[in-house]
Design a protein around this ligand. Structure first.
Ligand SMILES: C[S@@+](CC[C@H](N)C(=O)[O-])C[C@H]1O[C@@H](n2cnc3c(N)ncnc32)[C@H](O)[C@@H]1O
Length: 226
């Protein structure tokens, strides 16, 4: 489980929540809420995995909107990030794990959340396959992510604006390289349409794709094919 990405998240963990909210102008909170409300409408079963869950904000929001799951796991490979979840209002049990090879049996969960984690995996297709494996038939994968920009506004935002201010704020409050990595990882990642196609090839059907703030991020809700 040794990786430079894991080390980077360990290093920025103590300022992660603060910068997440600041850089997104608190929009990340609203986006997680929208994801969790949408899941409530789908009435999923009661076993939850917040994968690449970091400091646990997605799991906390999920429980607020959907009640206490029967089983709830907060899974991440960064111990520092998991430590950031201590004291938050949730029942999810932190487990240090690699999203590419999880220590769970097939069909162990009804809902897998993945907030801003897919882009960080060494192989998105492998990550999707592994998420499909641990989901029960008909279970949901809710992805919230920054995808490679396609529209004019988003290309301008990620290629011109974001490199000007995100690394600077990162340097001031946390670690410059981590926030340079953030911008570059978005540009290197798949566009949302390609990600959906990959998910469909790896055991999922699309429920919906919804843009957040003019497509700066997307909420992608997928259902494990039966
Ligand atoms: C940008 S943070 C997102 C945290 C949280 N989900 C949120 O909504 O703010 C991405 C997280 O993915 C985790 N991560 C990246 N690759 C991983 C892997 N292979 N296995 C487990 N966690 C991973 C990182 O440690 C980090 O905590």
């Amino acid at each position: 489980m040794k990786s430079s990405v894991r080390k980077m998240f360990d290093e920025i963990a103590n300022r992660y929540d603060f910068l997440n909210h600041t850089l997104s102008c608190f929009q990340d909170i609203l986006w997680r809420r929208s994801c969790c409300r949408e899941l409530k409408r789908q009435t999923p079963g009661k076993r939850l995995l917040d994968l690449c869950g970091g400091t646990g904000d997605f799991a906390v929001t999920y429980e607020k909107f959907n009640g206490k799951p029967d089983i709830a796991v907060l899974g991440d490979f960064s111990f520092g990030m998991l430590k950031g979840a201590v004291g938050k209002k949730m029942t999810a049990v932190p487990v240090q794990l690699d999203a590419m090879k999880m220590p769970f049996g097939d069909a162990s969960f009804d809902v897998v959340l993945n907030g801003f984690g897919m882009r960080n995996l060494s192989d998105a297709e492998g990550g999707l396959r592994e998420s499909a494996r641990v989901l029960a038939d008909g279970g949901y994968l809710q992805v919230l992510e920054f995808f490679s920009p396609r529209g004019t506004f988003n290309k301008f935002f990620y290629k011109r604006l974001a490199p000007l201010f995100i690394p600077v704020l990162g340097a001031f409050f946390s670690k410059r390289e981590a926030y340079e990595y953030l911008v570059n990882s978005v540009l290197r990642f798949l566009p949302v349409a390609d990600f959906v196609a990959l998910a469909e090839k790896n055991g999922f059907e699309l429920v919906h794709v919804k843009p957040c703030f003019f497509g700066v991020a997307f909420r992608v809700l997928l259902r494990r094919r039966t």
